[in-house]
Design a binder for this molecule. Structure first.
Ligand SMILES: Cc1cc2nc3c(=O)[nH]c(=O)nc-3n(C[C@H](O)[C@H](O)[C@H](O)COP(=O)(O)OP(=O)(O)OC[C@H]3O[C@@H](n4cnc5c(N)ncnc54)[C@H](O)[C@@H]3O)c2cc1C
Length: 474
């Protein structure tokens, strides 16, 4: 039996999601993970609307929504006083909310979806070496104290912050640690707290952050500059209760289901591709959890990579086309790092002038639709349109206001054409007749991941686009 096309290293949320995306593209794959089984603890809680649009295409969004809790906005407080509530209703998606679904539940759901297709993870299998040649990638996988060699066409590292795939394949990254230190619990919380919004409380001793979930509430406290508690390396429930009681006596922390402590590292890989080897998720970018972007960004990495691998595997595009994965997704990783870094600085600042400016801005500006829309669409990642990519005619796309068409995403390109077009196009393009298009154009080309590529008035412009981007036109 021949080896699968792709080896996925790491069965966290990103590796599991990649498996489902590859299934949609008709690629065969194997998933390994060095752990003994699925995660039971949960870092990520917030699933954003763009991830939900991907899960809709993969066929399990209704189940995900059933298992999670819809969160409709953010309530911001300063020293116990409500500054403002920012609703998510201006998110440009039918999923105009954040889904609170603990990471362990997300991973369970993804594992179940894979199992429906007969796919299981090879647990306790660790990648220990990797070498590539023009023909393929040879890896050593350790299982039961024994190393075996296997070859694959492509290897994708979804193996997290300490990625072996990244380090063993010579991909580099730039990192720095932020001087910030947090404790967190999933707990029963009573008192004055909104259970339909995220709650952010700014406080002189450090912020408190709360996300409602179906069965409990995620509470995070910052202790970096709190002289009394900043030395703590682990999170003891009683001490956690004490910190919260001192800073925000209007709530009470009851039963604690899980507790942890974390620091923030900011890292970005210099390239997400080295030949036949790719990295995604935390292996390529890690940053502050403020804004809930890490897992969501990783899931979007896999959505971007899978259709590109599919086209190259089917001979529809040249191998060079795969460079666009790193080009497009690294730019997004860079933006996410910058945005989450700014949000963290804003939330944790100890500078009295910045604090006053922040609170003034939230109190007075956060009601403006233009501000709400920018914040909500930025955090939900629905404002992405790959503006610096050669695969997107960015000026047209921004002008049209139609950055994506999630209803047409899948494994083919879509050409929206006025009236019944009989144009001859490659087999990977489906034609859909429409009555009207933005910019008075005759055609709109949509990528398999749902993003708008370009508008045109003549079919030769579309063919030229494919030729220029290394596609096979037959
Ligand atoms: C406190 C906190 C809160 C967060 N909240 C959010 C949030 O609300 N929303 C959000 O989007 N993100 C959030 N994040 C970030 C999110 O948790 C991560 O981005 C996400 O877990 C990354 O997933 P991953 O699959 O890339 O990596 P991981 O989850 O780290 O999975 C990597 C897997 O690879 C395996 N592995 C490693 N090396 C090897 C090897 N050599 N061979 C085989 N297997 C290997 C590991 O065992 C592991 O299972 C949060 C993070 C923290 C710390």
């Amino acid at each position: 039996m021949s080896n699968p096309d792709v080896l996925i290293v790491g069965a966290g949320p990103v590796g599991l999601n990649l498996g489902l995306c590859l299934l949609k593209q008709g690629l065969s794959f194997r998933i390994i993970d060095k752990k003994s089984g699925p995660t039971t603890s949960s870092n990520a809680v917030g699933v954003n609307c763009r991830t939900m649009e991907v899960w809709e295409s993969l066929g399990f969004i209704d189940e995900a929504i059933k298992r999670g809790l819809k969160v409709h906005g953010t309530s911001l407080y300063s020293d116990s006083e409500l500054l403002n509530q920012v609703k998510f209703d201006l998110i440009e998606s039918k999923h105009d909310f954040m889904l609170a679904l603990p990471q362990a539940h997300t991973e369970k759901l993804l594992l179940e979806e894979l199992a429906k297709n007969g796919i299981t993870v090879d647990w306790e299998h660790e990648l220990t070496s990797i070498n590539q040649s023009p023909e393929g990638v040879t890896v050593a996988i350790k299982h039961n104290e024994k190393d075996d060699e296997f070859s694959y066409r492509w290897v994708v590292g979804c193996d997290g912050y300490r990625s072996s795939v990244r380090d063993l394949s010579g991909l580099t990254r730039a990192c720095h640690d932020l001087p910030l230190h947090f404790l967190m619990v999933d707990a029963e919380v009573s008192g004055e707290i909104s259970t339909s919004t995220v709650n952010i409380l700014f406080h002189d001793k450090g912020m408190i952050f709360m996300i409602p979930m179906r069965d409990s509430i995620r509470v995070v406290v910052e202790i970096s500059t709190d002289e009394e508690y900043k030395h703590l390396k682990t999170c003891e429930p009683d001490i956690f209760r004490e910190i919260v009681a001192k800073r925000y006596p209007k709530i009470n922390i009851g039963r604690v289901d899980w507790s942890s402590a974390f620091y923030i590292h900011e890292c970005l890989a210099d390239n997400y591709r080295n030949g036949r080897i790719f990295i995604t998720g935390d292996a390529s970018h890690t940053h502050s959890p403020m804004g809930g972007q890490g897992m969501n960004t990783g899931i979007q990495d896999t959505w971007n990579l899978a259709w590109k691998l599919g086209q190259v595997k089917r001979g529809e595009a040249a191998d060079t086309f795969l460079d666009s994965y790193s080009l497009e997704r690294r730019a997004i990783g860079h933006d996410v790092l910058e945005r989450s870094g700014k949000l963290t600085t804003m939330a944790t600042t100890t500078n009295p002038i910045l604090k006053r400016l922040r609170n003034f801005g939230i109190h007075h500006l956060a009601d403006w639709d233009i501000v709400r829309s920018k914040v909500a669409n930025g955090l939900s990642q629905s404002n992405i349109c790959y503006e610096n990519s050669p695969l997107v005619k960015h000026d047209q796309v921004r002008k049209s206001g139609q950055l994506k068409y999630p209803e047409y995403q899948g494994n083919k390109w879509t050409l929206l054409a006025l009236n019944d077009s009989k144009d001859q196009l490659p087999s990977y393009v489906q034609i859909v007749s429409v009555k009207q298009l933005p910019l008075h154009a005759h055609y709109c080309l949509i990528r398999p991941d749902g993003y708008t590529a370009m508008y045109a008035n003549d079919i030769t412009e579309i063919l030229e686009y494919f030729r220029k981007n290394h596609f096979n036109l037959k």
